[in-house]
Design a protein around this ligand. Sequence first.
Ligand code: PEP
Ligand code: MG
Length: 540
Amino acid sequence: MEIYKGTATFAGIAIGKILFYHKNEYQIRQYLVSDIKNELNVFNSARIQVIRQLRELYEKNCTGSPAEAETFQKQARLLEADSFRRAIESVITSQKVNAAYAVTINRDELSSTFRNLEDPFIQERITHIQEISNRLIAVLGGISPKIDLGDQPVILAAENLSPTEIMEMEKEKILGVVTHLGSAVSHTSILAKSMAIPCLVGIQAREEWDGKDVIVDGYTGSLYLDPDREILMEYEMRRQADLKEREELLQLKEVEDITRDGKKIGLYANISNLDDLNSVLYYGAAGIGLFRSEFQYLGRENYPRENELFCAYKKVAETMENRLVVIRTVDLGADKQAEYLDIPDEVNPIMGNRGIRLCLDRKRMFKAQIRAIYRASAYGNLAMMYPMITSEEELDEIEKIIREIKAGLLEKEIPFKEIPVGIMVETPAAVMISRELARRVDFLSMGTNDLTQYTLAMDRQNPLLRGKYNDHHPAIIRMIQMVIASAHQENCRVCICGELAADTRLTEKFLRMGVDDLSVVPVCILPVRKAIREVDLGSL
Ligand code: PEP
Ligand code: MG
């Protein structure tokens, strides 16, 4: 037996076999084809589809960012060129392989042949070839859309997992997750937590662990590889006890979120997609305090259209009936990327063009979302909030867009409601001007994950800072206190929706500071409810 120590991101115990996820293994499948003519046709229709995609991207971006748009033009021309087409057709014909595999071979050969040439023209061309090849492979279906987890539930081990990858997995088949990179507040860990999956970060799993038995202890952050029989028995008992404790907590599903001395607190749920709705209702949350809407933009080929967003928001609004649902407008960028977004590389993406900045840069995308939210508002109790706000000027710009959208809806007689709007306070700038911001909106919601990283100047995902990243830092606690006080002076409600809201060691402190609402992943609703009900604000 070997024991490894990492950081736990969700308290729970998992026992099972490791599946080592090796990204490349899952990417391109190679197979022999008998009907070469048909495969050539398959390739050429994919090529035409990608050319069309690129032309659309060019049209969409040519006014906002002409330099980037030009890239799409160049790539479309390259795809039309005979030389590129013939190179791939020749691999298909000579090796009798599927088109996706032929595109991969061509891409990899060119990249390695020209890797050491410094001529910027050649380097640019290689980048274009890589990008168009990836687009082709995606269209050809060479990339397995889902990671094949096999028949039996497993403990998934990987160097790193992106939020998109974990989102695409069948959660019933994952008992636990172990990664080397990431942190307790990285979006991948938050997603695993919202699926109630014990997850450890900071453990470098090796390929030869594949298929071995392990225990994941999400309380201590320990991983037991090839556990001894006694340890296995002990953990099996602990796992049962854990399940029993969770079952006991279920008695709190329908009770009020109220302190002993009678103060009511709004206890809401954080969700990332529509699949989470069942657990929000199951655990009896007051509503949804944070709908991370950007996850609808990930793991796909193109922007979701307004109507698709509208249908999703309508479904959430209707499912939650009259309970409040706070939709956070998309917080894309940084660790939340999709190829079609084509966000240019940034030296410092965490400090880069993300959140509201990206939305205000890509107004077409932003307007589609806001219109969808307003249209869906007619079907339930929606509210909307904006991520990464740092100034009142951003609010000016947003308000202008909202006025325009409402006027458009009125003109077309599309029903909508006036909905509460709020701001995520997750930058030190927003903390410092929280009183001014509170004057302009209905509620503030504290995003303590980002607030901690920006206040301590520590990347929340950096594994090297894991021991130093301290979200209980007095600076963070004082900032929370400050925001609550400023907001209350302006009669504005304050919620905490970062991971700290689920930290029951701080529940009493937050309540004493006067926080109005807490929003946590569904599986943490009951432990936080229990903590709220144990607080007596009347006692010293
Ligand atoms: C936060 O920053 O605390 C937050 C709730 O938003 P996210 O974790 O999605 O960045
Ligand atoms: Mg945030």
